[in-house]
Design a binder for this molecule. Sequence first.
Ligand SMILES: Cc1cc2nc3c(=O)[nH]c(=O)nc-3n(C[C@H](O)[C@H](O)[C@H](O)COP(=O)(O)OP(=O)(O)OC[C@H]3O[C@@H](n4cnc5c(N)ncnc54)[C@H](O)[C@@H]3O)c2cc1C
Length: 435
Amino acid sequence: MILPRYDRRCGWYEQLDFISDFPEVTTDIRVDVLVIGAGFVGCAAARRMAENRPDTSVMLIDAIKVGQGASGRNSGFVIDQPHKRDLESGDEQLKQKIVGLSRVALEYLETQIDRYGIDCQWSHAGKYQAAVGPRGRKHLDHYEALLKKGNETYRRLDKDEMREVFGTNFYSAAIHTPGGALMQPAALMRGLADHMPDNVQVAERTAVTSIARNKRGFEVRTEKARIQCRQLILGTNIFTAELGYMADRILPIMTFASMTAPLNNSQLKRYGGQLDWGITPADHGGTTLRMTQDKRLIVRNSYRYAHDYNTPQALIPGIAARHRDAFDQRYPQLNDVEFEYTWGGASGLSANFETYFGELEPDVFASCCDQSVGAARGTISGMMLADMACGKKTELLHDMQSVSGNPSRLPPKPLLRIGVPVRLAYERFASRSEV
Ligand SMILES: Cc1cc2nc3c(=O)[nH]c(=O)nc-3n(C[C@H](O)[C@H](O)[C@H](O)COP(=O)(O)OP(=O)(O)OC[C@H]3O[C@@H](n4cnc5c(N)ncnc54)[C@H](O)[C@@H]3O)c2cc1C
């Protein structure tokens, strides 16, 4: 069984000033609801379950420390728009439902950030989508047409404004949508776990190794103890397959990010742009770029088929070199800026782009294959899984079910190990102008 590991490379996590310590589970315990995985899905599910049923005992556990998994490793965009495929679908109602659900997730996160004063660089910066060459511009024009059709608010930037905000002339076109938020993901995840309701116990460094049904519900084995529970919520992303569910449907794809040291005054002057913005590439094969509130630039690109789920360390130098190349093209004036961190993280995709949400078998609830937009999608999924487990029947839950589907069956793993890298190499070549 493959378990999550942490490699001490993620810049977001490594920069945290203070990391609280939740205990490991070392003795047998009984709880009403066990939530496995403390990412966006698990944190939202545990909180919502506790809010729905204040008398219920909830346990939230993770194999590693909260914030070390994908939810603490991402680029920090909480996006309100649907991902590419849903945006492109002609179904306006579906798009509106996804936007509505994502906005509920944004509000839920923001309420907790405000209530508990979670210091995670949260800002209403919205999101830029930018193009470099003709391929990117074609994607951007298409994106604009879709935004127009959906009556979404957006604006195009001219060349001067792009230079003013991004500190580079590298991009040829960009669109800003105001709806989403930016954040420091590891700080957000730690803050969410640190402020769980009283009836939620959090445990870290506690890997689940097996799940068995018994008369009283489930016996969940960890490396050191057994947890007895009545209901289970799986927020385990790609590792859901290792727990025996959706094994032939979750496509684990890894992407990588590098973070610079904070720019010093001289570098900031040469940079010449603003703080606190984020660009996603118009062509999804391109590069994501962020400037944080604390003056660090972050570059994300490159994909690999993550059959091993964790990040092979031997890949890191090559990836860092690719990131350096993308950085130097954008910021030739900053060639003295060092990358402090380079890391990888895996997301669950599906072959038909469908996201799974629901009850896998009686009293086992899960959501996975979020197509790598899990900050908002994972949060609303976790909330709605808790509602579903409580037997609630709301319009929001109905919407969640109607935007989710059945990820299609994947070819056997040996074929995936040949086919997916070939496809990714082709896409990388096709998108080369945007990287
Ligand atoms: C580099 C990068 C950039 C990204 N950028 C963005 C972005 O800007 N915006 C966005 O929305 N999405 C982004 N994503 C995707 C996003 O991070 C994921 O979609 C999201 O974090 C998934 O959340 P989750 O709760 O489903 O899973 P995870 O965060 O993966 O949480 C699953 C948890 O389950 C735990 N677990 C697994 N197996 C076990 C076990 N056996 N026992 C106990 N615990 C276990 C893991 O340790 C993990 O912490 C990015 C991803 C990467 C890698």
